[in-house]
Design a protein around this ligand. Structure first.
Ligand SMILES: NC(=O)c1ccc[n+]([C@@H]2O[C@H](COP(=O)([O-])OP(=O)(O)OC[C@H]3O[C@@H](n4cnc5c(N)ncnc54)[C@H](OP(=O)(O)O)[C@@H]3O)[C@@H](O)[C@H]2O)c1
Length: 336
């Protein structure tokens, strides 16, 4: 710590003040980071849809300026006043107020409350943990929620919507690792559809095919469960295709935040609509799920083929692409 002194380093900062809104790289020092229990040398962060929103003026996710976005980070503790963490420990953090109120991962150093930290689980490097990141953690929460409805590998296929995105691609990988039949729904063209099969999807359908199936409140029972990071119209149509007693794990809204439905799928088929929130997931469930992600739930296919790596300099372009719905797979940001 002392050796860092007033040494400057580059970070991606978003400001909104009397001079207007601006986002870009700045030189800062450790003293510019708001105080917190644990100081981390960040090795990797990741790029999520929410980070894209945080980098734009109308994104509505930032809860205080200035802020360094980056809702995920992983690295090594270099200083700690929290007895649970000591210098040299490998840790990760996702969610809470990281990158939207509290300075986040797009900086080679971060100061983070100890309560938000998870020890890096066995079986994962810091780069793998960030390739998984909030998206993979959300996928894991979704899968766990569907398993809690009682479904298993013999119950039938699980639909993954928004399949080429971060949550979707990680969900395909985890589900196929666990031996589930996975149907992937995507708006992307053939090249990406092939990629989804390599990730572990047994069948790939277009978004239009998925929408076309949903006429009326109930259609044929097809899916044992659904991982839905899309919402909107997708949610409307999939609710009617879930098999008796199955569930939809809803985490996102890239397809819209409003949807119309009826009580029919719930009262005639006992379908469960399960909300997924990764941000304030309690510490015990969080730590347990990360342990799974380092072991039997490790999304090996996604880690092997779907991870892009960018530098801080390449970050602005990458953030624009994710907002345009053009991102494929996960992107990690290398910090140090
Ligand atoms: N609840 C939580 O804790 C939590 C955590 C993480 C993320 N999220 C939310 O989950 C969503 C997905 O996040 P992500 O990181 O996976 O984002 P992402 O990487 O951008 O993936 C989103 C995917 O949704 C599909 N999509 C995009 N625009 C669409 C549209 N207009 N209609 C239908 N589908 C569309 C695309 O997949 P295809 O082209 O393959 O269809 C896209 O790749 C976001 O809304 C995010 O805020 C929530």
């Amino acid at each position: 710590m002392e050796t860092l002194g007033n040494q400057t380093f580059q970070a991606y900062m978003v400001r909104k003040d009397e001079e207007g809104f601006r986002a870009g790289l700045e030189q800062i020092t450790l003293a510019d980071l708001p105080e917190a229990d644990v100081t981390i040398q960040v090795e990797y962060s990741s790029v999520n849809y929410k980070d894209g929103l945080a980098s734009t003026e109308g994104g509505k996710v930032v809860r205080g300026y200035p802020v360094i976005p980056g809702i995920d980070l992983a690295g090594t503790v270099i200083d700690s006043s929290d007895s649970r963490f000591k210098k040299g420990d490998k840790v990760l953090a996702t969610g809470y107020e990281l990158g939207v109120k509290h300075f986040g991962g797009y900086s080679p150093y971060a100061k983070v409350p100890g309560d938000w930290l998870v020890p890096l689980p066995e079986g994962l490097t810091t780069k793998e943990a960030m390739a998984i990141g909030t998206a993979g953690f959300t996928a894991a929460m979704s899968v766990e929620s569907l398993l809690r409805t009682g479904i298993n590998q013999d119950s039938g296929p699980v639909l993954v919507a928004g399949a080429s995105g971060g949550v979707g691609s990680m969900a395909i990988s985890i589900l196929s690792e666990l031996g589930f039949e996975v149907i992937a729904s995507t708006g992307k063209k053939e090249q990406e559809q092939e990629l989804l099969q390599k990730l572990g999807a047994t069948e790939v359908i277009t978004r239009e095919e998925a929408y076309a199936k949903g006429k009326g409140p109930l259609s044929a029972e097809r899916f044992a469960g659904v991982v839905d990071p899309v919402g909107g119209k997708m949610l409307e149509v999939v609710l009617g295709s879930v098999k008796y007693g199955g569930g939809v794990a809803l985490s996102g809204m890239t397809g819209g935040y409003q949807f119309e439905s009826s009580v029919i799928p719930f009262i005639l088929r006992g379908v469960q609509l399960i909300g997924i929130d990764s941000v304030y997931c309690p510490a015990e469930r969080r730590t347990q799920l990360w342990k799974h992600l380092g072991r039997e739930w490790k999304p090996k296919s996604a880690l092997q083929m779907g991870v892009n790596e960018v530098s801080l300099e390449q970050l602005p372009d990458t953030l624009s692409r994710i907002l345009e719905g053009k991102a494929v797979g996960r992107t990690v940001v290398k910090l140090s």
